[in-house]
Design a protein around this ligand. Structure first.
Ligand code: URA
Length: 216
C-alpha cells in the first residue's frame, strides 16, 4: 500500500486537524464538519495528482486551449456516518463522480470492549474497472475499511482504490496494508501511535460521528 501522509509537511491543514482534536473547539458541530470537509478537499486535491490525464481541446472565446483532464471514472463511497462531511469535501472537487454509501457500525455483543463491525446498508453503482475513493475520517482498527471493501466486492473490481482518512492509528494502517491490494493508496492527514482497549485512537479526537451530528 502507498501511504500519503499529508501533515508530514507543514501546511494550513495542521490547523484544521488541531481544531478537530481540541475539546474547546470541537463542540461547534458546524466547524467540526466543515474542518473534515476542508480536509476532504485538500486530500482530494493531493489524490487527484495520481489520476491518469488525457489531453482535451477546449474552445475559448479567442481560440482553442489544450488542457489535461482526468481520464478515470470515479466512484466516491463514504462510510456512514462520519464519512459524510469527508464525502462532501471530495465531491466539491470530484463533482461529476458517481456516489455510493455504505454503513458500518460497532456492535458490542457482550457489552464489553470487544466489538464486531456490522455492515448493513449499501447503495452503489458498479465499481468494475473504475476508480474507487473510499472515505472514512477515522482509521482506528482498520476493520471498517476492510469489512466495507468485502461488502463492495459484489459491485465489481475497481481498477484503482484510494482510501481517504483524517486520523489513522499505526496498527489499523498496518492491518489494511495487509488486507488491501498492494497498489492501494491511502491518503491520510495524520497518524497517531495508539489505540485504547475500546479501539479508540489516542490522542485522536473522540467519536467523529457523534461530534459531526450530535447523535450521542
Ligand atoms: N471512530 C471514531 O470516531 N473515533 C475513534 O477514535 C475510532 C473510531
Amino acid at each position: 500500500m502507498h501511504i500519503h501522509h499529508l501533515l508530514e509537511n507543514n501546511s494550513v491543514a495542521n490547523k484544521f486537524v488541531a481544531q478537530l482534536r481540541d475539546t474547546d473547539i470541537q463542540g461547534d458541530r458546524m466547524r467540526f464538519r466543515r474542518n473534515i470537509e476542508r480536509l476532504g478537499e485538500i486530500l482530494g486535491y493531493e489524490l487527484s495528482k495520481n489520476f491518469k490525464y488525457e489531453d482535451k481541446a477546449v474552445t475559448t472565446p479567442l481560440g482553442t486551449a489544450s488542457v489535461d483532464l482526468p481520464a478515470e471514472e470515479i466512484v466516491l463511497c463514504s462510510i456512514l456516518r462520519a464519512g459524510l462531511p469527508l464525502h462532501n469535501g471530495l465531491l466539491n472537487y470530484f463533482d461529476d463522480a458517481e456516489n455510493s454509501f455504505i454503513s458500518a457500525y460497532r456492535h458490542h455483543p457482550d457489552n464489553d470492549e470487544k466489538f464486531e463491525i456490522l455492515v448493513e446498508y449499501l447503495a452503489s453503482p458498479s465499481l468494475m474497472n473504475k476508480t474507487l475513493i473510499l472515505a472514512d475520517p477515522m482509521l482506528a482498527t482498520g476493520r471498517s475499511f476492510v469489512n466495507v471493501m468485502k461488502a463492495l466486492e459484489s459491485m465489481g473490481t475497481p481498477a484503482n482504490i484510494h482510501l481517504v482518512s483524517v486520523i489513522g492509528a499505526r496498527e489499523g494502517i498496518e492491518y489494511i496494508a495487509s488486507e488491501f491490494p498492494e497498489n492501494t493508496h491511502l491518503w491520510i492527514a495524520t497518524i497517531d501511535e495508539e489505540l485504547n482497549d475500546r479501539g479508540y485512537i489516542v490522542p485522536g479526537l473522540g467519536d467523529a460521528g457523534d461530534l459531526c451530528f450530535g447523535t450521542k
